[in-house]
Design a protein around this ligand. Structure first.
Ligand SMILES: O=P(O)(O)OC[C@H]1O[C@H](O[C@H]2O[C@H](CO)[C@@H](O)[C@H](O)[C@H]2O)[C@H](O)[C@@H](O)[C@@H]1O
Ligand SMILES: [Mg+2]
Length: 259
């Protein structure tokens, strides 16, 4: 439930612009994808990647000495396709998958039971108009953006699916979506893992995200003396220290930083 804006929230765009235009050697940047770099769309497949964005991110990454990573709930492979031909260090499935700056890939694997429960979820919701099951390999998302009334019915369905998945998976709530994701790592742990690597080590992290899953990386960067930014209105319930109005404003700031 949305509540009143934080009165003391810092302007995220001013902070990012000032920090990354003057002191690039000190900062590392961790960027969520959906709702942060990209505008939200009606379905996962309907997102549009502005044609200048991958090149602008590459240019910014170069200015940061490579210390820029994408940290997303998408699968690593799907997120890579979105930004193709660019390839950034990336964490997928909310932190459970990762490709490090040296190219090493850490993948999460689905069990046979997990594969079966995904098939059953698709069958169980086949007649629920507007509900979309997204198969992400070792995670699965039940989207209800096109059928908000189905949220209540999806919750127990996903809780039962989680029991079948077992203790190595957990529920992840998000914007008009209920997911089952590997419990092995969250976005905060993914940020910690990146910061342990030479390209990122010793830098202060800035994390930018828009959703519940991003709170884990906000907590991590706040604890490490970095800065956290929520895209959207500042919320008392969020641990982000600053806010940016929209994904478009963030993209404009990135474009200005590399122009
Ligand atoms: O961590 P993120 O990069 O923000 O990914 C979170 C989820 O994003 C996608 O779902 C969301 O965006 C869709 C496209 O705009 C939208 O239709 C949906 O309602 C949102 O929940 C993606 O499909 C999920 O797999 C990600 O976990
Ligand atoms: Mg997001």
């Amino acid at each position: 439930m949305l509540s009143a804006p934080k009165p003391d929230a810092v302007s995220g765009e001013d902070f990012v612009f000032a920090a990354l235009s003057s002191d690039r050697g000190s900062w590392a940047l961790f960027l969520d994808i959906d709702g942060t770099l990209l505008d939200l769309a009606a379905t996962p497949g309907a997102v549009s990647v502005p044609s200048s964005l991958p090149a602008n991110l590459e240019a910014l990454s170069r200015k940061l000495g490579g210390a820029l990573a994408l940290v997303t709930g998408r699968s690593l492979d799907y997120a890579d396709q979105l930004f193709s031909p660019s390839h950034f260090p990336i964490a997928g499935l909310h932190g459970a998958e990762r490709r490090d700056p040296d190219g090493r890939v850490h993948k999460a694997t689905a069990t046979a039971e997990f594969e079966r429960l995904k098939i059953d979820l698709i069958a169980d919701t086949a007649n629920w108009a507007g509900v979309l099951i997204e198969d992400k390999g070792a995670a699965v998302a039940a989207h209800y953006r096109l059928a908000p009334d189905r949220k209540q019915a999806l919750e127990p369905l996903m809780e039962r699916a989680l029991i079948r998945a077992g203790p190595n998976w957990t529920i992840q709530h998000g914007k008009m979506v209920i997911e089952i994701r590997p419990a092995s790592a969250d976005k905060g742990e993914a940020v910690t893992a990146f910061l342990a690597q030479p390209v990122f080590a010793g830098r202060r992290p800035i994390a930018i995200g828009d959703d519940v899953t991003d709170e884990a990386m906000f907590r991590t960067v706040n604890r490490l003396g970095g800065f956290s930014i929520r895209v959207g209105p500042p919320l008392p319930a969020s641990e982000a220290l600053g806010s940016i109005t929209s994904a478009k404003v963030l993209r404009d700031v990135i474009a200005m930083l590399v122009s």
